[in-house]
Write a protein that binds this ligand. Structure first.
Ligand SMILES: *[C@@H]1O[C@H](CO)[C@@H](O)[C@H](O)[C@H]1NC(C)=O
Ligand SMILES: *[C@@H]1O[C@H](CO)[C@@H](O)[C@H](O)[C@H]1NC(C)=O
Ligand SMILES: *[C@@H]1O[C@H](CO)[C@@H](O)[C@H](O)[C@H]1NC(C)=O
Ligand SMILES: *[C@@H]1O[C@H](CO)[C@@H](O)[C@H](O)[C@H]1NC(C)=O
Ligand SMILES: *[C@@H]1O[C@H](CO)[C@@H](O)[C@H](O)[C@H]1NC(C)=O
Ligand SMILES: *[C@@H]1O[C@H](CO)[C@@H](O)[C@H](O)[C@H]1NC(C)=O
Ligand SMILES: *[C@@H]1O[C@H](CO)[C@@H](O)[C@H](O)[C@H]1NC(C)=O
Ligand SMILES: *[C@@H]1O[C@H](CO)[C@@H](O)[C@H](O)[C@H]1NC(C)=O
Ligand SMILES: *[C@@H]1O[C@H](CO)[C@@H](O)[C@H](O)[C@H]1NC(C)=O
Length: 842
């Protein structure tokens, strides 16, 4: 069994690797380099590449090849991508860079070689890179600068050599020619001693030298003499405060603009407890000192009297105690960032007579800011207490006493600030930032009455609701008002801005606004920028911006506008340069064509056009207005109108055909037989049209009397004379009308109610029109309701104009009726010889 297992394992591993390799290969084929900007930027990270992929175009400027096993860079390795500006070769297992590996990369500006275990570098490895600004050789196992073949890279601005094994700060001669060099980073190396001649080559330069995380044990006295550094960073560079103290003493003569001392948050803590720690700085020339991650008992009286010239002091991530500063310091700028204060230690800073700028920020512990004591910071101009945990009141009167020259006050990002409405205050105040701090006072009282000279006010997202018209009274010189993310009474702006007539920038975005009353902006003649985005406006009336002659930027995005009318567009301020209308609920139906066309013509004015999308009609939802096909509208209006007219006509015709089906039909039949009809075909004297309800009457009074009397008439009666198997209508027309000289209509109540009778009557009337000899005889039966008769308009009118016979069931009347009827039937009758003979016989 064991043997079998031992045999299986290698096979399995081989198989597995093969499959895995295959998968990687497929993955590579399916998943080529990520194209970020076509032709310019490609990311080919971790694709198991062994060279430049052939599909990378020769115009590529930024190429990320990190995490591929490139291993050896031969000469002309990058000849297929000559336009490179940034080349990322981080962690590519590169051990060897041969001569001219980067040949031809004339524009290469940034070369990242971090994390490659470089073993062999050809003496011409970096030939020729005439534009290289930034070379990162971090984590490349370098142990010395001596053999690094970079002497010709005169354009170098930053050389990052962090995380290597370099043990000497002896910089090669060629450094003196790096006249553009700004940053030399030697963080996390093995430098333990610094000697006098090491830095000689830097005397002509002005660089930032980062020596953090080395373990410096020895600095030869005066080795920094005559050197000027822009910045010297010595975080975690000494094992303890004793060595640091002496080290700083040995740096006598150093001139540096900014010195950074301290540790790292997660690293061994510098115990900088020595009181005279900074004594060493007495003989150096420093403008600015930053102390980072200094813990424990560091107090501000560690600054010895000699640090007179330091003008900027920054404490970052340090828990320090404020004792009195040395009596005669010239500190102008003091910064405490994340320093764990519980209250703002202003009275202890009062000794800093020159203090102009004070930042105390980013401290969760800082809750109190009590100004009601007896001290003054006479020259303080900028006070920044942002991003703390302050729950405090702002008393203008005290501010004025304590900071008589205060120009900028930043209390943003604190939990709560109460503002009182006092009449005297710091009239020097020009700029105030209270954003994202919950404010109590503004909006309900005129809280800024005493800030006559304030130019800039940021009260964005401060949970205020503008309830009083005088919210901004007194701000006579205010030019910038940012108040996004607040609310207005009833969600509308009414007269809030009448008294801030100098406004240039107004931001009332995100205020749930539904309405802006028409003259709200009438007095803002200087307004250049108006941001009213992210509200709920259905309309933005032209009246609102008619007075804003100076407007340059108007942002109305994310509202609920449906369109802009002609009036809107015509009245836009003439100087408008940027207009953001994106993310509204635009209607793209063709009756908004004016607006849609205008949008296309003003692409340069409009911002974020890709976010200007149709909201309705639903089939165009999310179509970009810019992509909206205007010709579609022009075609479709005509098409639609033609289609509509056609269908209306068709429908109307169908209705007519349906309604007048019979009429059409008989017209056809009538016309088809009309001309051929002559008197010879007239076999009947009269066609009788009547309601079947009156059949008995017809039989007795017409059929029997007329057909058996003298002269004898021949009637056409449907029950007797119509031919079977022929459509009724055809019978009516062919047998009835065409074959009869006259028509007798028996008008009764039933007659008027019968559809057939009415139809026959209509046919009779048309027949009468077509055939001039044709005539109609009306017989109105006894008992016909006159009212009903009147309602049958056609019939009634006919009867009024023509004579008709009335039949009454009385002997006398019957006799008269019969005589009249016979007379009417005799009119125009021609007799056949048979008939004449039979008549004479009688
Ligand atoms: C880049 O490649 C194209 C063909 O793909 C060629 O015409 C052009 O000359 C090349 N440009 C350079 C600078 O090599
Ligand atoms: C290098 O940049 C210059 C100017 O930006 C450009 O004219 C030139 O074509 C670029 N060289 C290469 C090889 O792309
Ligand atoms: C130097 O390079 C390392 C590794 O790439 C990087 O982490 C560090 O931020 C760089 N230092 C500077 C100052 O750019
Ligand atoms: C050093 O360089 C900085 C910019 O990096 C510049 O502001 C400063 O004036 C320079 N100082 C000297 C003495 O050249
Ligand atoms: C400072 O210089 C003195 C005198 O040469 C030397 O004894 C001492 O070790 C040096 N200390 C440090 C930390 O460089
Ligand atoms: C304070 O320093 C100034 C020069 O910066 C000096 O003239 C003055 O005498 C010093 N005063 C004290 C009390 O040290
Ligand atoms: C106030 O402080 C905040 C947070 O630190 C900052 O973002 C803002 O720019 C500052 N305001 C001014 C006017 O400097
Ligand atoms: C506000 O402006 C009006 C008219 O410009 C003026 O009459 C009124 O006094 C002003 N109110 C305040 C408090 O400044
Ligand atoms: C208007 O305010 C919104 C946030 O409320 C912001 O995203 C946008 O950039 C501002 N517009 C302009 C033109 O500054």
């Amino acid at each position: 069994m064991l043997q079998r297992g031992a045999y299986c394992l290698p096979v399995f591993v081989t198989l597995f690797s093969a499959v895995f390799f295959r998968i990687r290969l497929i993955a590579r084929e399916l998943n080529p380099c990520l194209q970020v900007t076509p032709g310019i930027t490609y990311i080919c990270m971790e694709l198991n590449l062994r060279g430049i992929p052939p599909d990378i175009p020769n115009s590529t400027q930024n190429l990320d090849l990190s995490f591929n096993p490139l291993e050896v860079l031969n000469s002309n390795y990058f000849s297929s991508v000559p336009a490179l500006r940034l080349l990322d070769l981080i962690r590519c297992h590169i051990t060897t860079i041969e001569d001219n590996a980067f040949a031809g990369l004339h524009n290469l500006s940034v070369l990242l070689l971090t994390g490659n275990p470089l073993q062999f570098l050809g003496p011409r490895a970096f030939q020729v890179l005439p534009s290289l600004h930034r070379l990162v050789l971090a984590e490349t196992s370098l142990s010395s600068l001596d053999h690094l073949p970079i002497g010709h890279l005169m354009t170098l601005e930053e050389l990052n050599l962090s995380n290597n094994f370099i043990d000497s700060l002896k910089l090669p001669k060629y450094f003196s020619q790096f006249t553009h060099l700004k940053h030399l980073i030697l963080k996390s190396n093995k430098i333990s001693s610094i000697f006098r001649e090491d830095l000689d080559v830097l005397s002509a330069l002005n660089i930032t030298l980062v020596l953090c995380k080395n373990d410096i044990k020895y600095i030869q006295p005066r080795s920094f003499k005559g050197i000027y550094l822009q910045e010297l960073s010595l975080r975690a560079s000494f094992e303890n405060s004793n060595i640091m103290h002496v080290g700083l003493l040995n740096m006598t003569g150093l001139r540096v603009n900014s010195l950074v001392l301290g540790g790292y948050r997660n690293l061994r803590k510098e115990k900088l407890s020595k009181k005279e720690l900074l004594d060493g700085l007495c003989h150096t020339d420093i403008q600015k000192i930053t102390l980072i991650c200094i813990r424990d008992a560091f107090t501000t009286d560690s600054f010895s009297d000699c640090v007179n010239d330091i003008s900027t002091v920054r404490f970052v991530d340090s828990y320090i105690r404020i004792e009195n500063f040395p009596g005669n310091t010239s500190i102008r700028h003091l910064e405490f960032k994340t320093t764990g204060f519980h209250r703002v230690p202003l009275e202890k800073l009062a000794s800093l007579k020159e203090l102009r700028v004070l930042h105390i920020t980013d401290s969760d512990e800082l809750r109190e800011f009590d100004v009601r004591r007896n001290w003054t910071l006479q020259k303080l101009e900028i006070l920044n207490l942002s991003n703390n945990n302050l729950n405090t009141g702002l008393h203008w009167h005290y501010l004025k006493i304590h900071f008589p020259h205060l120009k900028v006050l930043n209390l943003s990002f604190n939990p709560l600030v109460r503002v009182s409405g006092e009449l005297t205050g710091p009239i020097t105040l020009k700029k105030m930032d209270l954003q994202h701090s919950k404010l109590i006072g503004p909006g309900t009282i005129p809280a800024f009455m005493c800030l006559r000279n304030l130019i800039y006010l940021d009260i964005s997202y401060t949970s205020i609701s503008i309830n009083t018209e005088c919210s901004f009274c007194g701000l006579d010189n205010l030019e910038v008002l940012k108040m996004a993310g607040n609310s207005f009474k009833d969600n509308q702006v009414v007269n809030t801005f009448t008294n801030v007539t100098k406004l240039k920038i107004l931001d009332i975005s995100n205020c749930q606004l539904q309405h802006v009353s028409l003259n709200s902006f009438d007095f803002l003649h200087d307004l250049r920028e108006l941001n009213i985005s992210n509200n709920k406006l259905l309309d933005f009336h032209p009246e609102l911006y008619i007075h804003l002659g100076a407007l340059v930027i108007l942002d109305v995005h994310s509202n609920q506008l449906i369109t802009l009318t002609k009036k809107h567009l015509e009245n836009l301020p003439s100087g408008l340069k940027k207009l953001d209308l994106s993310q509204n609920l635009f209607d793209c139906s063709c009756d908004r064509l004016d607006f849609l066309q205008w949008v296309k013509e003003h692409e340069d004015l409009l911002l974020h056009t890709e976010m200007m999308k149709c909201h309705s009609p639903s089939y165009l939802k999310d179509t970009q207005l810019m992509h909206f096909d205007i010709s579609y509208c022009q075609v479709s209006t005509t098409t639609v109108s033609v289609l509509v007219s056609i269908s209306v006509i068709v429908v109307l015709s169908l209705i007519l055909v349906y309604k007048f089906y019979f009429h059409l039909y008989y017209m056809m039949v009538l016309l088809s037989g009309g001309h051929s009809s002559t008197d010879h075909n007239k076999i009947y004297d009269a066609f009788v049209i009547y309601s079947s309800q009156d059949q008995v009457w017809v039989k007795q009074e017409l059929e029997e009397t007329l057909e058996s009397g003298v002269p004898r008439f021949c009637l056409c009666l449907h029950y007797r004379d119509f031919r079977p198997g022929v459509p009724v209508v055809t019978n009516i027309i062919k047998e009835g009308f065409h074959s009869s000289r006259k028509v007798i209509a028996v008008v009764s109540t039933h007659f008027m109610e019968s559809r057939w009778c009415n139809f026959e009557l209509e046919v009779a009337q048309s027949w009468q029109l077509l055939d001039s000899k044709a005539s109609l005889i009306f017989v109105v039966l006894d008992g016909v309701d006159k009212v009903v008769l009147r309602s049958k308009l056609g019939l009634f009118r006919y009867l009024r104009r023509n004579t008709y016979l009335v039949w009454k069931d009385r002997e006398v009347n019957r006799h008269v009726f019969l005589r009249q009827l016979k007379a009417a039937l005799l009119d125009g009758k021609t007799w056949t010889e048979d008939e004449l003979r039979s008549m004479l016989k009688k």
